[in-house]
Design a protein around this ligand. Structure first.
Ligand SMILES: Cc1ncc(COP(=O)(O)O)c(C=O)c1O
Length: 375
């Protein structure tokens, strides 16, 4: 039987042909396809300004710069995310302040955010882990009461919604990723959804060396920018993915539901939050019953692979990485995130999977786990 990876992008022949056309056109870096992709995204998000970038990490970093966040400022976020979230805070010279995850949603614990606010707090970066939206009502109520900017790390939640409103179509700044594993991909890439044309103009400068071009061919640089532009090769992939996003997400939801129907509950795993309305099901992540297992998570992953099923880990709690420990973070500080980080596994979930694939993953998980569970 073929090896089943934990994810695989859905790229059709039309997309491959369109990439060929860009390559043959003679204009392969940022150009007309980028503009078209930005217009399509903006239309999706109710006319809000959107600019594409070469990653969501860049979107987070530049969003912080748009908000004027820098040295001496604090930014609240969760330790249960891809490390890019907090690295962006460090990159602008600010200080990440972690708030533990909530056990039920695995997202930032909104019951605890208040106690993390100080005089130096400028912004909060909530993360929609696995595409499950953070409670936007409570989040914006909290941010409003403390006059904080919100930079939504929606890297994983493209196409998800909060009470029927699509993530990205409302709120403050929203960073989305198009990295290869995401529900919509451009191989690598991302975008930032903003509020005003003024923010978008500044972002255009920040993503390309701070340059403003004039019609006479001249230019000026009045702000220190970087090199974060997306290529037309990537943008044309996005243009072909976008009309398919809702279909991809519907398929992911159906597959996730199928997991819930076929998963062996006797294994004692904790299944992800069973939300089939709002989540885009970016990942399917049970927590392993480590206390009852006579093998490690690493052994579990190896045994699953030997049975032809790919398993990922997203993510270890990031405050325990050496860099963050060197900044003073310690084990035991965020116990919920640590427990999730220790026990989480990402099982295969991508639109091209069949229901039979899901049943196979359930059966293989049962075969691997059942014999190693202490009574
Ligand atoms: C939650 C989260 N934030 C940020 C990022 C960074 O996205 P990118 O790889 O596009 O820089 C990712 C990517 O995996 C992510 O999952």
């Amino acid at each position: 039987m073929d090896f089943l990876p934990f994810t695989r992008p859905s790229i059709d022949e039309g997309t491959i042909q369109a990439v060929g056309e860009v390559l043959r056109s003679g204009w392969i870096t940022s150009g007309p396809r980028v503009k078209e992709f930005e217009a399509a995204l903006s239309e999706r998000y109710g006319g809000r300004p959107v600019r594409v970038l070469n990653s969501a990490t860049a979107a987070l970093e530049l969003a912080l710069r748009l908000c004027g966040v820098g040295p001496g400022d604090e930014v609240i976020t969760t330790p249960m995310s891809w490390v890019g979230t907090a690295n962006a805070i460090l990159e602008v010279g600010a200080t990440p302040v972690f708030v533990d995850a909530d056990r039920a949603t695995r997202n930032i614990d909104l019951d605890r955010v208040e106690s993390a606010v100080t005089k130096r707090t400028r912004a909060v970066i909530p993360v929609d882990l696995a595409g499950l939206p953070v409670d936007r009502d409570r989040l914006y109520d909290f941010a409003g009461r403390h006059a904080l900017r919100v930079i939504e790390d929606a890297a994983q939640s493209m196409g998800a919604n909060w009470k029927g409103r699509e993530i990205g179509s409302f709120g403050d700044l929203v960073a989305i990723s198009f990295q290869a594993n995401k529900n919509l991909t451009t191989a690598e890439g991302g975008c930032l959804v903003m509020n005003t044309g003024e923010e978008a103009r500044l972002l255009e400068k920040l993503r390309l060396q701070g340059i403003t071009r004039f019609s006479d061919g001249g230019m000026d640089v009045d702000v220190r920018g970087g090199k974060f532009n997306l290529t037309d090769i990537a943008a044309v992939i996005g243009l072909h993915q976008l009309p398919k996003l809702d279909g991809f997400n519907a398929r992911r939801r159906a597959l996730a539901k199928h997991y819930f129907e076929h998963w062996n509950r006797d294994l004692g795993c904790e299944l992800p939050p069973a939300d089939f309305e709002q989540t885009n099901w970016h990942m399917f992540q049970p927590l392993l019953p480590l206390d009852r297992m006579t093998i490690t998570r690493g052994d579990f992953i190896e045994r699953m692979k030997a049975e032809g099923v790919g398993v990922g880990v997203h993510y270890p709690a990031m405050h325990l990485f050496a860099l963050y420990r060197s900044l003073g973070f310690r084990k035991g500080q965020y116990p919920v995130a640590e427990e999730i980080g220790r026990s989480t596994v990402t099982l295969p979930l991508f639109p091209a999977m069949t229901n039979a694939d899901v049943e196979r993953v359930c059966a293989v998980s049962s075969k691997v786990l059942s014999p190693v569970l202490a009574p």
